[in-house]
Every structure is written in structure tokens, then in C-alpha cells.
Design a protein. Structure first.
Length: 121
């Protein structure tokens, strides 16, 4: 997107810092109860497991699967889950270019975000 808009900005890709259970580190995590923390770790677990479905499922199918699996967990409600081209952030339709899955999930009243890179096929 920076290239498309011809911005003089450098994007530095770095790994997500995670808590010991896998939850993406955020100041919002402090608002989670101990029980909600146990539930919230399922976000990163399901995202990580979703990599196993590439290339068997296309991005649209995987989006539905991940959303369904997250919503099946009591205490989690998906606001959105999108799989997009890393460069353009346009919705991905295949695995030919680098893609990222981006999710926002409510755990109770706390909105949590996470993402995962998918392999190129």
C-alpha cells in the first residue's frame, strides 16, 4: 500500500511478540480475566493451525473455516477475519503471492487483534 500511494515510508516487518500461551502481547490483555485469557489463547492456536490448510483450501474457504472455528468457542466473537495480499492489502483469492490473515475478536468486552502470514504456493 505504501508503494501504491507512493509514500516515502519504510515498512519494517517484525515478528509479533507473544505471551507464553501464544496470545499476542497487548495492553488490552490486562483487561482479560484469568478465564478469558485461557479462552483468548485459542485465537493464536487456530490461526497457527490454519496454515496447515494451505493450499488445500483457497483463501475464501479458509476465511470461513477460521471464522467458524473461532466463533464456536464460547467467549469469542469474531468482528472480522480477512486474508489479504501483504503488498496491497486487497482480499486474496489464491496463494500465489504473500498473504496475511488479520483478525479482530471480542473476548467479552475486550477487542483483541492478531495476524498470521501464510505460505506462498
Amino acid at each position: 500500500m505504501v508503494n501504491v500511494l507512493n509514500m516515502s515510508v519504510e515498512i519494517v516487518d517484525c515478528p509479533i511478540v507473544r505471551e507464553s500461551g501464544g496470545l499476542a502481547m497487548s495492553s488490552r490483555n490486562e483487561r482479560l480475566t484469568p478465564e478469558q485469557r485461557k479462552i483468548a489463547v485459542n485465537i493464536s492456536k487456530i490461526l497457527s493451525e490454519s496454515r496447515n490448510f494451505v493450499p488445500d483450501l483457497n483463501p475464501v474457504e479458509l476465511k470461513h473455516l477460521v471464522t467458524e472455528r473461532l466463533n464456536e468457542i464460547d467467549g469469542l466473537e469474531v468482528e472480522y477475519y480477512e486474508i489479504a495480499n501483504i503488498e496491497t492489502l486487497q482480499t486474496a483469492t489464491n496463494w500465489e503471492k504473500p498473504t496475511v490473515g488479520c483478525v479482530a475478536v471480542f473476548c467479552g468486552e475486550v477487542r483483541l487483534i492478531d495476524n498470521i502470514k501464510y505460505p506462498t504456493v
